[in-house]
Design a protein around this ligand. Structure first.
Ligand code: ATP
Length: 365
């Protein structure tokens, strides 16, 4: 069991900074996602935790012990790579037992351990098969078997499902999560796929440009994005943004956008100048009368819901409504927002305007 604490972690490659002063805590037994676009520093962070890369500055603690400068072999952390480098000339049993045999474990103990791991992974029937003839999913299970057989304190996984097709990927991600729930081992998982992160993770760190933008539960990150970047990156379709110039004072509950007055959560921190109103597609309500009017320009039917693309005075907006709502391209509709579902941002800093009061009020629905 392992808690991993990251404090002000930084990695420079020459004059280039790949990870800038990152701080977050990975709880014991958590399935923890490092999420962000390509090149934002996820893999570098993971490699520093595993010891494959040494930090330029900052600290990493594993169960309270500082491990920042230790070699990988002294960290008790298993790294599962995207490309599963199995030994092609060995059968499944030998591939999984290899780490134990090289540690000098007794034959009888190795047999018992392999039986246990094979049962967890559901691969008992293929132990004597050659790995060469296995399907992608079975190879993945064998690779996982080889990682879990050592019983490390934590697992590091770098886009382990990246090479799989969409359907199989979904199946394997469910299997991985179920395996984690059975074993309860701390797992840090790198992905650029926000859906995967939301579905699989207990906690998510969202990175962008070497910086941790936000750290929290999937729900926190979806409902209370800390920045424009996070609000845009998480959710599909992503949040709608309306740019406006204005002032927000503490206690103010309405903002003026053009001639429209829109209710916003109360007790926001003070801000003025270029601001952005953010609202998720499912939080836009269509009504016959309302402040903001728009024209329906496209419809995307999704079974239980539909996405309505709207042209408004403030650009294109997307609303997600019930599929049964009768609406046609060309209709003029009025839009309603519920104050508590709105997030305001400062355009220049990109940060959400927040207060402790409003944090507690934001929620789905
Ligand atoms: P991806 O999913 O594309 O791998 P990532 O978020 O995992 O993205 P990293 O692999 O951590 O990103 O890389 C962050 C940045 O650091 C990239 O711009 C990358 O080119 C750079 N980088 C990584 N390793 C090195 C290295 N050894 N030397 C120089 N630059 C590096």
């Amino acid at each position: 069991m392992a808690e991993i604490v990251i404090k002000n972690l930084r990695k420079d490659f020459g004059s280039f900074t790949a990870v800038k002063e990152s701080s977050f805590t990975i709880g014991d037994g958590e399935f923890f996602m490092l999420l962000g676009p390509s090149g934002c520093g996820k893999t570098t962070t993971l490699r520093m935790i595993a010891g494959l890369e040494l930090p330029t500055s900052g600290e990493i603690f594993l169960d309270g012990e500082e491990i920042s400068q230790r070699p990988p072999s002294q960290r008790d952390i298993a790294f599962v790579f995207q490309m599963f480098a199995l030994y092609p000339h060995m059968n499944v049993r030998r591939n999984i037992s290899y780490p134990l045999i090289s540690q000098g474990m007794k034959r009888r103990d190795v047999r018992a351990k392999i039986a246990e791991v094979a049962k967890i992974l559901g691969i008992e029937h293929m132990l004597e098969q050659s790995v060469g003839g296995l399907s992608g999913g079975d190879r993945q299970r064998v690779a996982l078997g080889r990682a879990i057989v050592r019983e490390p304190k934590a697992f590091m996984m770098d886009e382990p499902l990246g090479a799989l097709d969409a359907e199989f990927r979904e199946h394997m991600s469910e299997e991985l999560r179920a395996l984690h729930d059975r074993m309860g081992a701390t797992t840090v998982y790198v992905t650029h796929d926000q859906l995967e992160a939301m579905q699989m993770g207990d906690k998510i760190v969202v990175m962008n440009n070497a910086v941790v933008e936000q750290f929290g539960t999937p729900q926190d990150i979806y409902d209370k994005p800390a920045s424009l970047f996070v609000a845009d990156f998480i959710g599909s379709p992503s949040m709608n943004f309306i740019d406006f110039n204005g002032t927000v004072e503490p206690g103010q509950s309405v903002v003026s956008i053009g001639s429209h007055r829109i209710e916003v959560p109360q007790q926001l921190q003070q801000a003025s100048g270029a601001l952005v109103l953010g609202v998720r597609p499912e939080h836009i309500k269509l009504s016959d009368n309302g402040e903001l009017r728009a024209r329906v320009v496209a419809l995307e039917y999704l079974g239980t819901t539909q996405i309505i693309v709207l042209h408004s005075d403030y650009g294109e907006l997307k609303a997600r409504v019930d599929a049964s709502l009768a609406v046609s391209v060309g209709d003029q509709v009025a839009l309603g927002f519920r104050a508590r579902t709105i997030t305001l941002f400062d355009r220049s800093s990109g940060s959400a305007l927040r207060s402790s009061l409003n944090d507690g009020m934001l929620a789905h629905g």
